[in-house]
Unconditional design. Structure first.
Length: 146
């Protein structure tokens, strides 16, 4: 059950070898350790445990520990890469936002100049007319320019 899950998520020769060792260890327990316990021969069961079961079990256990450490290191490296890419993306977004703000300000200044310029000319002309000076040219402004 667990072995099938491990194989489905991390299929490799190393994993397969460890699973086979684990199966061999389990079979050894079932064929040697359990019969000795069931027969009531505790001394033989302890001897089998010390001489056979424990040494055979160390190899897959150590292998799984090493594999887990290796996978943990790979995961840490991957997370560092993701963090680096995230920071790079954050910097790009900040730069794009700054450029957009600067362009917005420049566009606002240009638009205000297009609006304020004619208004100032009209205000100047109105002031001249209020002072009695009617000599100026007629001001015509249109929203459509050709």
């Amino acid at each position: 059950m667990v072995q099938e899950y491990i194989l489905s998520t991390a299929h490799s020769e190393e994993v397969e070898s460890l699973i086979e060792q684990s199966k061999s260890w389990r079979e050894n327990i079932e064929t040697t350790q359990f019969p000795a316990i069931e027969s009531g021969n505790d001394e033989l069961a302890m001897q089998i445990l010390q001489d056979t079961v424990t040494p055979i079990g160390r190899e897959p256990s150590t292998g799984f520990d090493e594999l887990a450490a290796k996978r943990e290191l790979q995961t840490q490296e991957a997370s560092q890469s993701v963090l680096h890419h995230g920071k790079t993306l954050e910097l790009i977004i900040v730069i794009i936002a700054a450029v957009a703000i600067v362009l917005g300000i420049l566009l606002a200044i240009m638009m205000s100049g297009m609006i304020v310029g004619p208004v100032l000319k009209i205000a100047t002309r109105i002031r001249m007319i209020s002072e009695g000076d009617l000599r100026g040219d007629v001001l015509i402004y249109s929203s459509l320019r050709m």
